[in-house]
Write a protein that binds this ligand. Structure first.
Ligand SMILES: NC(=O)c1ccc[n+]([C@@H]2O[C@H](COP(=O)([O-])OP(=O)(O)OC[C@H]3O[C@@H](n4cnc5c(N)ncnc54)[C@H](O)[C@@H]3O)[C@@H](O)[C@H]2O)c1
Ligand SMILES: O=C(O)[C@H](O)[C@@H](O)[C@H](O)[C@H](O)CO
Length: 250
């Protein structure tokens, strides 16, 4: 049921952190993976790491933005192994600015990448999924989809938005066999959160905010990643699944 052999996945933001981990998890489950990222060197590291584990993977270098290049990225992604079956919209940014400091530019950067690109990239890939009558779109939400942080104005808006967008995408496309869900991670050590994890007191405070008593490890996301990509989740759509050690349950 959680077998992904024969499926083709595209993972954005795969040069680091959660995206790289997801590429590895999907590949270990049998999917052919196209990894998308901006930074050539880190992208090659992801490719090397997936190949070392025996996976079939190709790199697509590109920057995601709200421009015409999005359509090129979508069509190039399908050139490696055929139409994409599984899309992970993992690229994201958190500029972590206090409400008083948010600018129109920083708002746009955040909302474009975290909320608009996931929809418009999916829109490009849906015709290929629809032809097969099967597809999976997985967005990345956050604790900040439901929790408010003073330095998370634009980020919180984007991540609250992505949960609702996920429901709307599910309503639009699930009848075509394309399930749309989101994963809401708690705190995981990545480039995005490096500044938080540098501080021991913050790291401990965040761990103490969970029911399980620790922060996330990247492989804590493997199960949900493969589950939502596979036929094991055939009757699940429009949902945001928290993987946060119980942070939001408290
Ligand atoms: N780390 C956490 O604790 C955490 C928690 C909840 C949600 N998230 C979300 O997980 C996702 C991945 O973040 P991460 O924690 O792995 O951090 P990360 O910084 O390692 O990953 C983000 C990736 O997005 C890429 N990216 C940024 N702008 C891009 C652009 N314009 N085009 C293409 N790629 C671009 C970055 O290069 C990077 O590889 C993000 O959506 C983030 O909001 C992370
Ligand atoms: O880094 C931060 O300051 C933000 O709180 C987020 O980026 C979190 O890491 C994540 O989204 C929480 O789920």
């Amino acid at each position: 049921m959680v077998e992904l052999t024969g499926k083709v996945a595209l993972v954005t933001g795969a040069t680091s952190g959660i995206g790289r981990q997801q590429a590895l998890a999907l590949s270990k489950a049998g999917a052919k993976v196209v990894v998308l990222g901006r930074r050539a060197e880190q992208l090659e590291e992801t490719v090397a790491c997936v190949r070392k584990a025996g996976g079939e993977v190709s790199a697509l270098q590109g920057a995601l933005a709200m421009d015409d290049n999005l359509a090129n990225i979508a069509s190039q992604a399908a050139e490696f192994y055929g139409d994409i079956d599984i899309l992970f919209n993992t690229a994201g940014v958190n500029l972590r600015q206090h409400a008083d400091d948010v600018t129109m530019d920083s708002w746009k950067t955040t909302l474009d990448l975290n909320l608009a690109v996931p929809f418009f990239l999916a829109q490009q890939l849906v015709p290929g999924m629809r032809k097969k009558g099967w597809g999976r779109i997985v967005n990345i939400a956050s604790l900040q989809s439901t929790r408010a942080f003073a330095n998370g104005i634009a980020y919180g808006a984007s991540k609250g938005g992505i949960s609702q967008l996920t429901r709307a995408m599910a309503e639009a496309w699930s009848a075509d066999g394309i399930n749309c869900n989101a994963i809401a991670p708690g705190f995981f050590p990545t480039e995005l959160t490096a500044r938080l994890f540098e501080d021991e007191a913050t790291t401990q405070r965040l761990a103490d905010s969970t029911a399980i008593g620790r922060n996330g490890k990247l492989d804590d996301l493997d199960g949900v990643t493969v589950f939502l990509a596979s036929s094991a989740s055939d009757y699940i759509t429009g949902q945001t699944i928290s993987v946060d050690g119980g942070f939001t349950a408290r």
